[in-house]
Design a protein around this ligand. Structure first.
Ligand code: HEM
Length: 236
């Protein structure tokens, strides 16, 4: 029986053969996913400072102080950016290659597609992944570079976020991205455990529930910020 591998003839070393196999590529997918998930946890924790208001002396927003502190450590900022960029690139490349490997292994499409087994999240992975990628590009232009922001003030992160989310269309776009992120994360986290070999009649359903809880909590955490701005809870 032939297994789905890419570049079988060319793969020489055991490591090259591993990365050419479906399992090796799923491992890259899982590892890069974990890196991005770790970034998201840290980013959410930092963003929630939007709720913390000003410092004890009332001279600056805690969010701005935190951002200034981060930017005073260029090695950390640029190191994180490089790792994230490489992770996103590898994650996308592997996703595309795994999709083409699976269609190459099944050149004739199934006549009956078993949609009942595919969850909404799994069907959404490809489109959701593309949407999240597009969101990240927009997000960087919006809050980091500022060219997609109507009133960007360098270094004033709190004011930029409040002004940005005061526009309902912008908050709406973020909400769509957060729902996509939630579905993507749920399926990604769940698949991560299956790839790692955790498959058990008792624990697999619990892992699925855990993945749902984590994905919803993370997306809700991010979403709470535009909602709080529109509701006037976070204001300039
Ligand atoms: C409501 C949700 C979010 C808010 C309020 C927010 C806020 C921000 C802000 C203010 C910055 C610029 C920070 C600075 O220049 O000091 C930033 C950067 C960034 N955000 Fe977000 N973010 C949100 C969600 C997300 C999500 C869901 C992702 C990923 C899917 C993400 C990925 C990034 C990345 C990659 C950067 C660039 C970091 C860097 O400069 O190296 N953000 N975000």
């Amino acid at each position: 029986m032939q297994t789905a591998t890419a570049g079988q003839g060319a793969a020489r070393t055991p490591l090259a053969r591993f990365f050419a196999s479906t399992l090796g590529r799923k491992a890259v997918m899982a590892l890069t996913g974990v890196v991005m998930f770790g970034f998201l946890l840290g980013h959410l924790a930092g963003n929630l400072l939007m709720f913390a208001g000003k410092n004890a002396t009332g001279t600056a927003y805690r969010m701005d102080e935190y951002a200034a502190q981060l930017h005073s450590m260029p090695a950390l900022v640029w190191g994180t950016r490089v790792v994230l960029l490489l992770s996103v690139a590898a994650h996308v490349w592997v996703a595309v290659s795994l999709a083409s490997m699976s269609s190459a292994a099944r050149p004739v499409a199934y006549k009956v597609v078993k949609t009942q087994q595919a969850t909404l999240a799994s069907k959404f992975m490809k489109y959701g992944g593309f949407l999240i990628f597009a969101f990240i590009v927009y997000h960087l232009l919006h809050f980091t570079v500022g060219v997609a922001h109507h009133d960007f003030k360098p270094g004033q992160v709190y004011a930029n976020v409040v002004a940005g989310f005061s526009q309902p269309a912008v908050s709406g776009a973020y909400a769509v991205a957060m729902v996509s992120l939630c579905l993507h994360l749920y399926h990604g986290l769940y698949s991560f455990f299956l790839t790692m070999g955790f498959n058990h009649p008792t624990y697999t359903p619990r892992i699925r529930t855990g993945a749902q809880v984590v994905a919803v909590a993370l997306a809700a955490g991010f979403l709470s910020i535009p909602v709080a701005v529109l509701a006037g809870v976070i204001k300039a």
